[in-house]
Structure formats: structure tokens, C-alpha cells
Design a protein around this ligand. Structure first.
Ligand SMILES: Cc1cc2nc3c(=O)[nH]c(=O)nc-3n(C[C@H](O)[C@H](O)[C@H](O)COP(=O)(O)OP(=O)(O)OC[C@H]3O[C@@H](n4cnc5c(N)ncnc54)[C@H](O)[C@@H]3O)c2cc1C
Ligand code: FES
Ligand code: FES
Length: 465
């Protein structure tokens, strides 16, 4: 992983190791890379503890040491943290500095508290408390600006690309292959069935750092530009499997603003900066958060192999616990989301113990299309209720053809209780999961009827329980 390389080989010890699983942010660095059309540069804070080294090919890695230019002393981010008393033991501080530095590079002026919250959603501090750090995030904009020149970085990145193309023509069969096209990926897969596809590595990285797994061959998708493109047409959205969630979610939220809060609840910004939509789907976790959304929106998947491509419904993709309808040597290439239907009622809820950077106990997404008050089509999709992300087909049938009201919802809740037998684990008990699933459907009804559940109502419910 990049963290080990920085600390042990480059002796750059400003970047710390806290958890080695993408949770604490002590290892945060900023990666500068060209956009998929290669016209400009994008700066992203990422967790170096789960970032495989091949992923930095043709990228600039900025660590906390880069902020010391030897002339001006402290960078505004660091100066602000000092002046606002934003550090005590200091262990988390370089990570906070780098997350704030990414924010600083991406915004010329103070972008406001919501953006700061998002920028720091992957950083934990055990001793300072967050208020001084939030103050510093505002204060850093009060000093003379000291940012990088994106034009210069873009030129440097293009130059790097040309040089590596000459030095390392095509190492397709390396132990860590870095192909450039879908065809090349399929070719490697067809020759070596055991080769492991690596996208953002926010799942696979943990298998390496926590389960100490290793693979005889890995195929890194970072340089396959075809997989990083998003197009929006009259047919809907076509999202490349390797598009990172920090790009995909804001774009989808333009068409589906109802999903904004749900998207914000997916991991942290630094994880979303690496995690890909294809990786979330292909990882096949029953508590993966994008699948309930995509199931409710009737998304399809495009899958490639050497012989060609095929398209299948996401709802047919999961066959059991982490069992996918992906055949050997196949690669997930695109996610196809149909256009937004008229008269759509859409809600998405994630139940987890923390607001930021936590895994779902239960997630539910409901999408209803209505005509004259009657539900024409219903999609209710859950995470955390079964061995795979799944639609509640019985409940959907009950809702279709009726007004969305209390009586039908009660019947649908009863159907969910018959359809699903969730497990109990450290996140939630089976009975909690089932109860919450039914309550989320009732919550959707309350919002449909214009009675949104506010935080106060929630607190009152908790007190009553
Ligand atoms: C701190 C932390 C918080 C997290 N929070 C959440 C959360 O809130 N919600 C959530 O759902 N997940 C969460 N995750 C899990 C993870 O971030 C997501 O599942 C992510 O989308 C995985 O994408 P990736 O690109 O990193 O996949 P990778 O780790 O690279 O790959 C995952 C799997 O998919 C396969 N794969 C990847 N791309 C393809 C492809 N194109 N074709 C075929 N197979 C492919 C890989 O071989 C591997 O088996 C979290 C992870 C961490 C570390
Ligand atoms: S060491 Fe904790 S996120 Fe990397
Ligand atoms: S200053 Fe000690 S953990 Fe943040």
C-alpha cells in the first residue's frame, strides 16, 4: 500500500497509520490526477493505507511534507490549525491537514460548513474536539492564498503519462497489470481466471491489510479511461464501472435530489474519492448502499468479455451471498440507469450508528410512479435484510394498483415480515432489522402525506420506546 511505501521506503513519516482500514484518516494524502477527458486536474484526499501502489502511476502524490515549501513556513491550513488550537496529541493532525488542504485546493473561498463537514467526514480526532478544527477550516481562507497551479500540475501529469508510455509500453501480464482498455482487461482475464480485478480497492485493500490476503495476479483498472466515463442521454445515465462515487453521486443527485442525503451517508468523502460504483456492485455485499438505489431505479448492467458484451438487469445479478451472475473472465463495464419517470415518488433511508463513515444496518429505497393517486409501479429495495441486496417483490405487488395509504402500507409491511428473514449480527438484531424495515416504509408514507419525520419526532419516538 502507498502508506508503507511512504513511511518505510521514502521515510516520509508525516503520514500516519491509525487503523489501516480507511476509517480514521491519519494516513490521508492528496492525489492529483488528470480528469477522464485529460483536460484538467482534480485533487482528491484519499486514504493511503488502502491505496495499492499501482494506483499512483501517472498521478502526483502530495503528502504533508509537500506543504513545507521551505520559504513561507507554515501553509495557511497548518497556520490556521495552530492558531485555532486544532491539535493536541497531534496524531490525527497531518490527516486533517491533508483533508483541509484538498478542500483548500478545490475552493478559492470558504465554501461553508456543509462542505467542511464533508471534507472531514473521514477524519477522526480523539482528543482535540472538532470545533477548533472547524474554525481553522474557515480561518485558513483569511491568509494570503497559497495554492498550486492546476495548469502546471496538468502539464506535469501529461508529461509523466508520455514518459511512462515510453518506458513501460504494456505490462499486460505483470503480476500487477495496468491495462488501458476494456479489451486488454478481458484478454488478461481470459488467460488467467484467477486474476483479481482491483478498482478503488476500498474493499480489496482491507482484505490485504486485515486478512493479509495476497493475489498471484491483480488487474488494476485505474488507467482504463473507457470505464471512467459518464454519459447522459435521452436513454438515461450510462456510468462507467470505474467512476468514483464522489463523481457519480453528485451527478445522480441532480436528477434525483431526493437521494442527496443518502449519498452523503455512504462512507466518507475520502473513501468515495476512490470507491467505484462497479466495485460496490461487484463486491456484492448484502449491505452495499448503492444497490438498493439502483434496484429501485431499475438499473441494468453492461458486462464485457473477449467475445462481446451483454446487458442484464441488476435485479438478476445477485444469486446468493456474494454470488454474482458474472461468468469467468467477465468484467462489469457500465451501469445503465433509465431516465427519471414522471410522477416519481422516491425516498432513500440508511440506518447506521453514525451519520458519517458507517455501514448500514438496514437501507431502504422506495420508488413509486403514480397516476391519479394510484401506484402504477412500485419498487422497494433493501440492503441488510437478506443475504444479498433484494427487492421486496411481495410488498411491491401489494402497493401496485392501490392508493399509497395506511391500509396498503400495513399490508406491505406484513408482507416484508414474511418475505425476509434477516440475520442478527453486531450491527443489529434480526427483529430490529425487520421492525425498522417496516417503519421505514411507514416513514415514506408519512413523507408522502406531507408529514416528514423531523429529528424532534425521532427523538420523541426514542424517548417513548
Ligand atoms: C471506511 C470504509 C467505509 C465504507 N463505507 C461504505 C458504505 O457506507 N456503504 C457501502 O456500500 N460500502 C462502504 N464501504 C465499502 C466500499 O467502499 C464499497 O463497496 C466500494 O464501492 C467498493 O468499490 P472499490 O472500487 O473500492 O472496489 P474494490 O475494492 O476495488 O473491488 C471490490 C470487488 O469488486 C470487484 N470488481 C471491482 N470492479 C469490478 C469490475 N468492473 N468488474 C468486475 N469486478 C469488479 C473486485 O475484484 C472485488 O472483488 C466502505 C469501505 C471502507 C473502507
Ligand atoms: S490509517 Fe486509518 S484511515 Fe488509513
Ligand atoms: S489531536 Fe490527538 S487524536 Fe486528534
Amino acid at each position: 500500500m502507498l502508506l508503507g511505501h511512504l513511511r518505510d521506503e521514502r521515510r516520509l513519516r508525516g503520514t500516519k497509520e491509525g487503523c489501516a482500514e480507511g476509517d480514521c484518516g491519519a494516513c490521508m494524502v492528496v492525489i492529483a490526477e488528470l480528469t477522464s477527458d485529460e483536460t484538467s486536474v482534480v485533487y482528491r484526499a484519499v486514504n493511503s493505507c488502502i491505496l495499492p501502489l499501482p494506483a499512483i502511476t501517472n498521478r502526483l502524490v502530495l503528502t504533508v511534507e509537500d506543504l513545507d515549501d521551505g520559504e513561507n513556513g507554515l501553509h495557511p491550513v497548518q497556520k490556521a490549525l495552530v492558531e485555532c488550537h486544532g491539535s493536541q496529541c497531534g496524531f490525527c493532525t497531518p490527516g486533517f491537514v491533508m483533508s483541509l488542504y484538498a478542500l483548500y485546493l478545490n475552493h478559492d473561498v470558504y465554501p461553508g460548513r456543509p462542505s467542511v463537514n464533508e471534507a472531514l467526514s473521514g477524519n477522526l480526532c480523539r482528543c482535540t474536539g472538532y470545533l477548533p478544527i472547524f474554525e481553522a477550516a474557515e480561518r485558513m481562507y483569511a491568509y494570503p492564498r497559497c495554492a498550486r497551479d492546476p495548469e502546471v500540475d496538468a502539464a506535469r501529469l501529461r508529461d509523466m503519462q508520455q514518459k511512462t508510455a515510453v518506458q513501460k509500453p504494456q505490462a499486460a501480464y505483470d503480476a500487477a497489470a495496468q491495462p488501458k482498455t476494456i479489451a486488454e482487461v478481458c484478454k488478461i482475464l481470459s488467460k488467467d481466471n484467477d486474476a483479481r480485478i482491483v478498482a478503488g480497492a476500498t474493499d480489496l485493500g482491507l482484505e490485504a491489510t486485515k486478512d493479509l490476503k495476497s493475489w498471484s495476479r491483480t488487474i488494476h483498472l485505474d488507467d482504463v479511461r473507457e470505464l471512467q466515463q459518464i454519459t447522459q442521454t435521452a436513454q438515461g445515465l450510462s456510468i462507467g464501472a470505474s467512476c468514483v462515487l464522489s463523481e457519480v453521486f453528485p451527478l445522480m443527485a441532480k436528477t434525483y435530489p431526493e437521494l442527496s442525503d443518502y449519498f452523503y451517508r455512504f462512507a466518507s468523502l475520502s473513501i468515495r474519492n476512490r470507491a467505484t460504483l462497479g466495485g460496490n456492485i461487484a463486491n456484492g455485499s448484502p449491505i452495499g448502499d448503492s444497490m438498493p438505489v439502483l434496484l429501485a431505479l431499475d438499473a441494468d448492467l453492461e458486462i464485457a468479455r473477449t467475445a462481446g458484451r451483454r446487458v442484464m438487469a441488476l435485479s438478476d445479478f445477485y444469486l446468493g451471498y456474494r454470488k454474482l451472475a458474472l461468468k469467468p473472465a467477465e468484467l462489469l463495464t457500465r451501469i445503465l440507469v433509465p431516465p427519471r419517470p414522471e410522477d416519481l415518488f422516491l425516498r432513500a433511508y440508511k440506518i447506521s450508528k453514525r451519520r458519517e463513515d458507517d455501514i448500514s444496518a438496514v437501507a431502504m429505497v422506495i420508488a413509486l410512479t403514480l397516476k391519479d393517486g394510484i401506484v402504477e409501479s412500485a419498487r422497494v429495495a433493501f440492503g441488510g435484510l437478506a443475504e444479498m441486496p433484494r427487492r421486496a417483490k411481495g410488498a411491491e405487488t401489494i402497493l401496485e394498483g392501490h392508493a399509497f395509504g395506511r391500509e396498503t402500507v400495513n399490508e406491505a409491511v406484513a408482507s416484508i415480515e414474511r418475505e425476509f428473514s434477516p440475520i442478527s449480527d453486531h450491527r443489529a438484531s434480526a427483529s430490529y432489522r425487520l421492525r425498522v424495515a417496516g417503519n421505514l416504509l411507514r416513514r415514506a408514507l408519512a413523507e408522502f402525506e406531507g408529514n416528514p419525520i423531523t429529528q424532534t419526532t425521532q427523538l420523541n419516538c426514542e424517548v417513548a420506546l
